[in-house]
Design a protein around this ligand. Structure first.
Ligand code: MF3
Ligand code: CO
Ligand code: CO
Length: 270
């Protein structure tokens, strides 16, 4: 006997192909992560600490009856990663106070009914310089350009190429040491979603793939190093770094963005 409905499938690259009904679970998880980041906006100001922001996020996750994916993940102890200025990613919330013009990426991952919603965006304490505004705009636009090429038949290389070609034309650099990832009922799954690459290379995108795109863009060189705390990744040349992240699912004609801000707050308004 043959089963009528399609069984859960995995490509030869180990990428899960999810079913239509799985999109609802991802939308719910993505919406919660995104709503929390919407609310965080009012907590970012000069003199604030990133520990205080993290505490707010942890409370919001609890109040929603959800679970933080990062607390307890490989020994990480916080509900968010908050990466200030030249911190590229995985910044640990601390009691250090934000200064005028500081830029920060806040990255939240929640688990709702077993589904993972992973998103991050940039905030500014006080007033950003023109240079900083340009970094944030280019980083945000690189993610949205990458999302624009997501549809069945295109490849993961097309995603990387969309980001790299745009960022480098703007005379900024793409971090190579960290990448996006498949997700769904786990935090990190195949494939590695590279933010650089050649068009037409890599696995072919198929309907039902769930993954993040989360480009990190530096004003200086792309090299990073991880500090002694074994989490905090910084630019080697101390240049400023920015990042935006969405969780998405490939549809028949393009993709759904699970972590869209319904309040329109994904991109900072300066
Ligand atoms: N949310 C991050 C990502 O985009 C991962 C953070 S893992 C942590 O993949 F342990 F550092 F929180
Ligand atoms: Co991610
Ligand atoms: Co993330």
């Amino acid at each position: 006997m043959f089963k009528k409905s399609a069984e859960p499938r995995r490509t030869r690259d180990g990428i899960n192909i999810f079913q239509e009904e799985d999109f609802a679970g991802m939308h719910k998880a993505g919406a919660l992560a995104s709503e929390i980041l919407d609310q965080v906006k009012d907590l970012v100001f000069v003199g604030q600490t990133t520990a205080e922001i993290d505490k707010f996020i942890e409370t919001k996750v609890d109040e929603a009856g959800a679970t933080s994916a990062t607390i307890g993940y490989r020994g990480y102890q916080h509900a968010s990663c908050i990466s200030v200025n030249h911190v590229v990613c995985h910044g640990i919330p601390s009691d250090k106070r934000l200064k005028d013009g500081d830029i920060l990426n806040i990255d939240v991952t929640v688990i709702v009914d077993g589904w993972y919603g992973d998103t991050s965006r940039m905030y500014v304490a006080g007033k950003p310089s023109r240079k900083v505004e340009r970094l944030l705009d280019v980083t945000h636009d690189s993610l949205m350009r990458a999302i624009d090429v997501v549809k069945p038949g295109n490849t993961f290389g097309d995603i990387g190429h969309a980001i790299q070609s745009y960022v480098e034309a703007e005379r900024m650099s793409v971090v190579r040491d960290f990448c996006g990832h498949g997700l769904g009922r786990v935090f990190h799954a195949p494939p590695n979603v590279l933010h650089y690459g050649r068009a037409g290379t890599g696995p072919v995108l198929e309907e039902g793939m769930f993954f993040t795109i989360e480009p990190m863009v530096n004003l200086g060189r792309p090299e990073t190093k991880v500090l002694a705390d074994e989490w905090t990744a910084v630019t080697r040349d101390k240049s400023l770094s920015a990042q935006f992240e969405h969780s998405i699912g490939v549809t028949a004609t393009g993709c759904d963005i699970f972590t869209l801000s319904k309040a329109g707050l994904f991109h900072p308004t300066y």
